[in-house]
Design a protein around this ligand. Structure first.
Ligand code: NAD
Length: 487
């Protein structure tokens, strides 16, 4: 059966999901489909009372289910059942996500959803394997580090990879014995709601996974400032991350994990395999139309390799096949909103006015949806907004260097340090350079994650605090207690 579907005939989950059931709520935020610009639904806004209801529900569910105190392997068993259900329901989940987001339905089934199920299993496996520690002390004492769940974790996710970001938050928090109140993006809430429904069907006690819908200002602020939310796990922009830190400072200190924005460089030396580099670089800036935190948006290339590399990338950029996210043949995503597309175009046009050269793209594509052509800009300097700002679109800037020092200077962004790519056939240089690059993730002779979920992800500088994925994500969902027993 084809995955393609009619977006007008899809039935959408309605309301918040609290205590294992939908709580009806009137829509307040008009939602537009990025693929055809049609207004098709309204997203409700949970106020402080609704958020409190979700938090209190989570607290009582934790108590009645004893989720944090049951045999840890039972948590793993239920999480595995949830992952099985996610795989079985992949098509429904994909449609609910594709209708509102920029993710093409085919990529969702083969990629985001399959990976999310795998990652939930990955996190589940920590439940009965990672705990505290016995530490060395003198003979007169016994020292232990005990770990315990926080309680109710507050999670907030962005619109660019909705189901996958929800899995990154829910998986480790639940495996570690917590309950969660999650606020998805007001632009893409439907797949997360269905994910929560599947959690209950899998046997995760009702009330451990609660979804409150709404915007950042009302719902997000109520959630991050709630006194009974013990920990915050956030993915989104650096601007919103800063607002959350402020709110937490005002309402009561609590730990937080912040996965924020990026402006990641891709450094290419002339000794690299140029065709291979071109393929990886193009994929990294055209995937989800550049709307990825780790999009490799700054190409920094050794001068003598610049012309052939630019040509190879331009050729590849011209082959993208745009199409609505509900068409199984579509490969190239729309931009999330008209406003965001205009912002991309404004930055590109300003760079051109300042003397940059557009090697390909540089225009909004025809069609009812918000598509923007993959764009390569050269002749651009380090201070240009196109080089400094996170454009969150399919725009790649090209700068050239003569030697390693210059490459490093260009690669170093004044505020972001999320990821970086490095292409060279010189092993010593790869290691030397990797040591000096200021980024939380570095890919050498490739760009983008593999399915090795053990590698944590997180930013240097203002790209974030703490890690998602890896052991770190599990451990950041448990607090530790040092115990010293006098013998
Ligand atoms: P955003 O910051 O506008 O919104 C993200 C989420 O935060 C949404 O759910 C939003 O409603 C909520 N929010 C906004 N303001 C808030 C506030 N003051 N308090 C609480 N919640 C608030 O980001 P976006 O446009 O949805 O997503 C794109 C951004 O996310 C980009 O900057 C991208 O780099 C970043 N991102 C980072 C990662 C990562 O792993 N580092 C992954 C994906 C996306």
């Amino acid at each position: 059966m084809s995955l393609s579907f009619d977006p007008d005939s899809l039935s959408l989950p309605a309301g918040h999901f609290i205590g294992g059931r939908f709580v009806a709520a009137g829509g307040e935020i008009p939602m537009q489909r990025p693929s055809d610009a049609k207004t098709y639904a309204d997203c409700p806004i949970a106020d402080a009372d609704r958020v409190d209801q979700a938090v209190q529900t989570a607290k009582s569910a934790l108590k009645s289910s004893n989720w944090g105190g049951i045999r840890p392997r039972e948590r793993l068993t239920v999480l595995n059942r949830w992952a099985d259900l996610i795989e079985q329901e992949a098509e429904t989940l994909a449609r609910l996500e594709a209708v509102s987001s920029t993710r093409p339905v085919g990529q969702l089934v083969a990629g985001d959803i399959a990976v999310s199920a795998e990652q939930i299993r990955f996190f589940g496996e920590f439940a009965d394997k990672e705990g505290g520690d016995l530490v060395p002390t003198d003979d007169g004492n016994l020292g232990m580090i005990m770990t315990e769940p926080y309680g109710v974790v507050g999670a907030i996710t962005p619109w660019n990879f909705p189901i996958n970001m929800a899995a990154w938050k829910l998986g480790p928090a639940l495996a570690a014995g917590n309950a969660v109140v999650l606020k998805p993006s007001e632009m893409t809430p439907f797949s997360t709601l269905y994910l929560a429904e599947l959690a209950v069907r899998a046997g995760i006690p009702a009330g451990l996974v609660n979804i409150v819908l709404g915007d950042g200002l009302t719902t997000g602020t109520a959630l991050t400032g709630h006194p009974d939310i013990a920990k915050i796990s956030f993915t989104g922009s650096t601007r919103a991350g800063a607002a959350i830190m402020e709110n937490i400072a005002r309402t009561g200190i609590k730990p937080m994990t912040l996965e924020l924005g990026g402006k990641s460089p891709q450094v290419v030396f002339a000794d690299a395999d140029i065709e291979k580099a071109a393929a990886a670089i193009t994929a990294s800036i055209t995937a989800n139309a550049g709307q990825a935190c780790v999009a490799g948006s700054r190409l920094i290339v050794e001068r003598r390799a610049a012309a052939p590399l630019a040509e190879a990338i331009s050729q590849r950029m011209k082959t993208v096949i745009p199409g609505p996210t509900w068409d199984a043949a579509s490969q190239y995503s729309p931009i999330i909103s008209d406003r965001q597309r205009q912002r991309i175009d404004t930055i590109v046009k300003a760079a051109l006015a300042a003397g940059a050269e557009c090697l390909t793209g540089g225009f909004a594509m025809d069609g009812p949806g918000y598509f923007y052509a993959p764009t390569l800009l050269s002749g651009i300097d380090q201070a240009s907004p196109a080089v400094i700002e996170e454009i969150f679109g399919p725009v790649l800037t090209l700068q050239t260097f003569e030697d390693e020092e210059e490459a490093l200077t260009l690669a170093d962004h004044p505020s972001y340090g999320l990821a970086a790519g490095l292409f060279t056939s010189d092993l010593s240089r790869a290691i030397r350079f990797t040591r000096r690059l200021q980024a939380g993730t570095i890919w050498v002779n490739r760009y983008g994650r593999s399915r090795d979920h053990i590698l944590p992800t997180g930013g240097y500088k203002q790209s974030g605090i703490g890690k998602d994925l890896g052991r770190e994500a599990f451990h950041s969902n448990r607090k530790s207690k040092s115990v010293l027993i006098g013998l």
